[in-house]
Design a protein around this ligand. Structure first.
Ligand SMILES: [Zn+2]
Length: 342
């Protein structure tokens, strides 16, 4: 068993969004749910730094897809009660089936498109827990498994219904293993960690829907929130465009808007937009060229990688895949120029 210091407890909804919505609501119950989720997020994130997750215990013996979904029954103990295993019948519980199917689609994408055998590359079991706590307004990867709240039902409508959310969280696991030493979850390496999850969250959704780069919505978290809150958490096509996302979206799309000491979910708009620009320039399907280039770059990063390091790594991986001075490599370099990273 190997200890891995740079796994993260990574949430899909940034705590600052929860706090901002709490300020806006007049409803005491809604406010309570929002602040509760923000506090739990901060608490769990703190826990991780003192208790590095021990990995290797959940590896499957074979290279097969192995999914397990548990039900926390509105409590916080993980993983909870077994609700569905691989090849067992669908549950009567919609959230259980959505978590199961979403993990399956994500596994299939990594296996078929990127030739990766699960999160750790060695067939690791995909474990998910649904109905975490009561009306919990978030979903997260805790270094070992996926955890989904139900949402309060008014502002957040649940998290298992959005495939990009599921793929985002499982990709935090991939990053933990594919980047040598993992990516530290703060500053630019933290924003890169977030961005890589958004990138593959969106690509997995596009691959499943068979959408090319023009057809894709490039949104993260569409469908998890009530229309009164917004349409999505983030837009990769136009980071910070509140008309496409929600009223507090402050993501920069260029280094000129970089926020010093900003939240990892904020500055991630910059590498997100670089991926979008690269995928649009390369045309066709994001999973044919841009996705594999980004994926190959993960192995070239170090735990404290900066945006410039990611620009170099993707430029190098484009050369490895398509040749130095190839049109693909030029497209990658141009995409990083679009966002002001050189
Ligand atoms: Zn995340």
């Amino acid at each position: 068993m190997a200890e891995h210091p740079h796994g993260c407890t990574c949430f899909i909804v940034p705590p600052k969004m929860l706090r901002k919505l709490a300020e806006q609501t007049q409803d005491a119950t809604e406010r309570h749910c929002l602040l509760d989720a923000a506090e739990i997020s901060a608490h769990l994130r703190g826990q991780r730094s003192v208790a590095p997750v021990v990995l290797g215990i959940a590896a499957a013996a074979t290279g097969e897809k192995r999914r397990t979904v548990y039900d926390a029954q509105n409590k916080s103990k993980l993983p909870g009660k077994l609700a569905r295993g691989e090849d067992s019948k669908p549950s009567t519980d919609v959230a259980v089936n959505q978590a199961y199917d979403g993990a399956g689609a994500t596994y299939d994408f990594y296996r078929e498109v990127l030739k990766r055998n699960s999160i750790d590359g060695k067939g690791m079991r995909l474990e998910s827990t649904v109905h975490y706590q009561s009306k919990f307004n978030n979903a997260f990867w805790n270094g070992q498994q996926m955890v989904y709240g139900d949402g309060d039902g008014k502002l957040f409508l649940g998290f298992t219904g959005a495939l990009d959310v599921i793929a985002h969280e499982l990709t935090h696991g991939v990053t933990q293993f594919a980047v040598p030493g993992g990516l530290v979850y703060e500053d630019q390496s933290g924003a890169l960690n977030e961005s890589i999850s958004d990138v593959f969250g969106s690509v997995v959704k596009q691959w499943t829907l068979k959408q090319n780069v023009e057809q894709a919505d490039w949104l993260i978290g569409a469908g998890i929130m009530a229309p009164s809150v917004g349409k999505a958490l983030r837009s990769m096509a136009d980071p910070g465009n509140q008309a496409l996302t929600w009223s507090g979206d402050d993501q920069p799309k260029n280094m000129s808007g970089y926020i010093e000491d900003g939240d990892v979910h904020t500055n991630s708009g910059i590498p997100n937009h670089a991926f979008y620009a690269a995928a649009i320039a390369l045309k066709g399907n994001s999973w044919d060229k841009a996705g594999p280039i980004w994926y190959k770059a993960l192995g070239l990063l170090t735990p404290n990688a900066t945006f410039a390091d990611m620009a170099n790594a993707t430029t190098e991986s484009a050369a490895l895949l398509y040749g130095a001075d190839s049109a693909e490599q030029h497209a990658i370099q141009a995409a990083w120029k679009v966002v002001g990273v050189t």
